[in-house]
Design a protein around this ligand. Structure first.
Ligand code: NOJ
Length: 514
């Protein structure tokens, strides 16, 4: 049994893209001290934990997902000491910090890669996935070719400048493909443990792991990668049993078996997550269909032994902002759903105030269409929305030019704002174990076209009926028990009988069952 930090069970996360959160030194880009300064804001919202996108030294060809030095905070964000101060301050406020671990690839500027490009054998020759001839490319992967003295092509994981680290092949079939237990593959694994050891011993609480399911190559059903993570978990259990691990994998059946505590629902692949928030007719827009999402969710839930550990994010740095597709009070309904599901909820910075996707921006640091979701946090109505004192043309990404853009300050002081509703929802979640990460879920209505989403969340004796109806039609639902106290409601009040709840269009309700 993997060790499990208790704080994770009631955690509500806030994701920070450090470039765009808060700049305290006037250079136009966010920094670590800015995050520390704003911890009280995040705590006041009710979030208990933070995931920070990569903040390490990097040439920033992929916003920091191209690491050049895993052990050094990028100078533009501050120093390692600043990050340690952030850990300390978060702990003082009873909050926790996950760093972003990128174990699958580095930047092509990483000294490991520079060494591995050399023709003569050295310690790093096998650190990456290389073929043994420039004329052969690693099948199934993109490749980097023609820039090394070494005769070979190197597999890449994402962009061309992100060479794939070598954790071995599940079933090697070419002479250059190394096995998982080859010396080179094991050395890479140990090097990654050293990175984790470095930050955990400085006080970080764990990691969100980038592309966690991609490490072992030609590993179709993930068996090799699961075994690799089990080994890493065994190391953590021994040296850092409190370390929390959350995977970007999208297959909880595999990731939880690998020792991760939680896995993310991804916006690509088969999850149908986009059906809810980001498609031509998203469910929470009021005219969509959530049933394919629910079917897939139940399938993952059952196949991971009903461990409700699938984290559903409001958004992230890779997808359109939720506010682009979901308007007005429907955003509140979307959050009523996000904050009443199993697994830890993740709120992407600015989603709590309904920040918009900024259209028409030039790509920044490999952002491309993602750039519009990475614009600076809108704190208040002062210059640069309170993000930075730099001249506006020096900002990392321009502020949303909309004169009606939302700000944190205005929403903090408005009881009817999206932020206030989210704060209320987090409070309700924190007061009821059934609504938290490990509470079970049973769907009563799958949000097929024109229908609400309804489910029972339970933990021990506590059972809570939750229904969310972004459609315009009222719907009578069997509550699966005797409805009692209403612990949360938004929109027109429901009608409640001995055993049913009629939920009106445009409303949400959580009711205790006896
Ligand atoms: C997933 C990250 O979320 C994304 O931003 C990044 O570009 C790729 N992985 C590559 O690391």
């Amino acid at each position: 049994m993997n060790k499990r930090p208790e704080w994770l069970d009631s955690a509500v996360f806030y994701e920070i893209y450090p470039q765009s959160f808060k700049d305290t030194d006037g250079d136009g880009i966010g920094n670590i001290n800015g995050i520390t300064e704003k911890l009280p804001y995040i705590k006041e919202l009710g979030c208990t934990a933070i995931w920070i996108n990569p903040c390490f030294d990097s040439p920033f060809g992929d916003a920091g997902y191209d690491v050049r030095d895993y052990l050094k905070v990028a100078p533009r964000y501050g120093t390692n000491d600043d990050l340690v101060r952030l850990f300390d301050e978060a702990h003082r406020l009873d909050m926790h910090i996950l760093l972003d671990l990128v174990p699958g690839h580095t930047s092509w500027e990483h000294p490991w890669f520079r060494e591995s490009m050399k023709a003569e054998r050295n310690e790093f020759t096998d650190r990456y996935v290389w073929t043994d001839s420039i004329w052969e490319s690693p099948e199934g992967y993109g490749s980097l070719r023609g820039i090394s003295d070494r005769d070979g092509s190197c597999a890449v994981n994402f962009f061309t400048h992100q060479p794939a680290l070598n954790y071995g092949f599940y079933k090697p079939s070419r002479p250059w493909q190394q096995s998982m237990d080859s010396e080179g593959a094991l050395a890479t694994r140990e090097a990654m443990k050293d990175v984790m050891r470095f930050w955990l011993s400085k006080g970080c609480d764990g990691f969100r792991v980038d592309m966690a399911g991609s490490l072992v190559k030609n590993d179709e059903d993930g068996k090799g990668t699961v075994a690799l993570w089990q080994d890493i978990r065994a190391f953590l259990d021994k040296e850092f049993p409190e370390a929390a691990m959350v995977s970007e994998w999208g297959e909880p059946r595999q990731s939880l078996a690998g020792g991760f505590h939680m896995d993310f629902l991804l916006h690509f692949g088969e999850s149908h997550y986009n059906d809810l928030f980001r498609c031509a007719k998203p469910y929470f827009g009021g005219e969509g269909d959530a049933s394919a999402f629910v079917a897939k969710y139940i399938d993952s839930y059952e196949r991971s032994e009903r461990k409700g550990l699938i984290c559903i994010p409001s958004g992230n740095h890779d997808m359109d902002r939720l506010a682009k597709h979901i308007k007005g009070d429907n955003r509140k309904l979307a959050f009523a759903f996000l904050l009443s599901m199993p697994g830890a909820p993740y709120i992407y910075y600015g989603d709590e105030i309904g920040m918009n996707y900024v259209e028409g921006l030039v790509s920044k640091e490999g952002g491309y269409n993602r750039t519009g979701s990475r614009s600076p946090m809108q704190w208040d109505s002062t210059a640069n929305a309170g993000f930075s004192t730099a001249p506006s043309e020096k900002l990392y990404i321009p502020i949303d030019p909309d004169p009606a853009r939302p700000t944190a300050e205005a929403q903090l002081n408005d009881a009817g704002s999206l932020r206030s509703e989210i704060k209320k929802l987090i409070c309700v979640r924190q007061a009821h174990k059934a609504l938290q990460s490990l509470g079970e879920i049973k769907f009563l209505c799958d949000g097929a076209y024109g229908k609400p989403l309804a489910y029972i969340r339970s933990s021990g004796e506590e059972r809570i009926f939750a229904a969310i109806n972004p459609t315009s039609a009222a719907c009578e639902l069997n509550a699966g028990g005797k409805p009692g106290e209403i612990i949360y409601s938004f929109g027109p009040e429901p009608e409640i009988t001995e055993d049913s709840v009629t939920i009106k269009g445009g409303s949400a309700v959580f009711v205790k069952l006896s």
